[in-house]
Write a protein that binds this ligand. Sequence first.
Ligand code: ADP
Ligand code: MG
Length: 596
Amino acid sequence: MHAKCIWYIRRLVNLDKDRSSTLKFLLARFKGHLGMTFFGGTLLLFSAFFTLVPPILIKETIDQIGNADNTYLFIIFLLIIGSTVIKGALYYGQRIILERVGQTIIHNLRTETIQHINSLSFAYFDDKQVGDLIARVTSDTDLLANFYGFTMVNIINNILILLGILVVLLVWNPVLALAFIALLPFIVHAMYKYSVTVKPLTEKIRKSFGQLTVSVQQTFNGIETVKLLGTEGFEAQKFDKSSNTLLDRNISASKVTSFWMPYVHFLVALGTALTLFWGGYLSIQGSITLGILMGFITYMDLLARPIRQTGMQIGSALNSIAAGSRVHEVLMQEQEDLESGEWFDEFQGQIEIENISFAYQGSSKEAIKNLSLTIPAGKKVALVGPSGSGKSTLVNLILGFYKPQKGTIKIDGVNLDEINLRKLRTATGHLSQDPFIFEGTILENITFGNPEASLGDVNEALEQAILSDFIQSLPKGVNTHIGEKGVRLSGGQKQRLAIARVLITNPQILILDEPTSNLDKKTEDELQKSLSNVMKGRTVITIAHRLWTIQNSDIIAFMNEGMIEDFGNHDYLYDNLDLYKEFVDSQVFTIRGESY
Ligand code: ADP
Ligand code: MG
């Protein structure tokens, strides 16, 4: 019986296992707000109670009409006004308190989610779309307002009113109350039907809306390509298609929702008609008073609003549980452990890789196979090899962004598992092909990794990155705004800014991921001096395409299909490894091609 009951309640609100765990998670967030929630809930209960008072007063007045005097009528007058005012005040207090609790919970959840996402490992982001993650932090947490806020409070309020009405009617006249009770299954069934029909529709609408957003985002991101290829018409057509799907879905949803109100009104009219018919008969017979009949009819009228709202709101509340499960899913992901592990008094930057193998999650192919390599502190290693050979993967493994399935990586003789990853990453500088420039001033961009840097440090970094002259030529100097809304920098200037950004953190290990391969020969030549400056005295791993960086390295490792084919200095490899010879020859050719 008990199990059956739970099963039925689950079905009624469409609660599967997943959703029950989300529900538990959402309810647990009330922790720390229990006092306030209880206080608000009590006010809500009393406010629902006072909603029930006026029909009772109406009934009393009509029944006393024969022997009532002016004083009696005046007292009723005061009671009706008074109870309504008290109900209003309670409602107001309850709203303010519960809304505050709800919004605080949502605020905490939102900040926790963004913090959590920030500290998830790289692997989590591999198969995620940025838009989807943004939605989880913004619109999904926002939808939770339906769970923690007004909607849920209103559902409870309305259910309390329904139950209250039921009790009063049963006390007045159990037989006539049957007219109302007979209606209840229809009401509950209608609410259930409505919420389960509308929910999938609103979910579909949300999905279509998401697709529409992605389509717009892609068009704007790729606007140059779109214009260059002249595919504006095609893009517009794609948008038109997404928008049309949304239109269709909105129309089907409105068909269902529009049916709802007339149906509820029909139910209420049916209730009123039944009450009049049956109650009128009882009243003529003399088994109920006129006041009771009036009271019943007033309550029937009072029912319309709660029924109508509750059906719709159960749908929204269920939707917000779905949104909650998306937030829950993110928060359940295990965070990267950045804080535990040891660090060195004097960090040297020696890297020993022993026999590691690694495959990305869900990939059957190993991106790194049985690879060993030792990089002594302060030496420069160039990783060379065709695209897809595993160079970037190797670097990500060294920084602990992924864990190899086999083998060990040691930094200064200590296993990577036992090292404080945050310290390791702070001690590592990274220059990529396309450095990311934040919206803000030059100063903010340079001190991003080390906000405590002094102006002297900044100037020295600018000097070494060979940016000083350029910055002095700007009217506002280091306070010049750059990025999308400010001064646009050339590729070479961006790279130099990135170099200054790295210099200011004074890293012991430096990773250069093809930092000059996007630049033309002339800019590259200009950059070489600042690059030489930044490389001095550090352990450097360069993912290299250009001969210049390669020839300046102490060790060159030639990678192919996740393995190191051979390593040594330039002359050795050129004479001994055909793949390397081919690679260098093709490089010389292109460099000549650009220079002459
Ligand atoms: P390289 O930097 O030498 O061009 P990568 O290290 O980027 O090569 O890639 C090595 C192999 O791993 C390639 O086959 C590539 O397709 C695969 N790979 C790279 N990144 C991922 C990822 N995030 N998820 C799955 N496979 C990946
Ligand atoms: Mg790469």
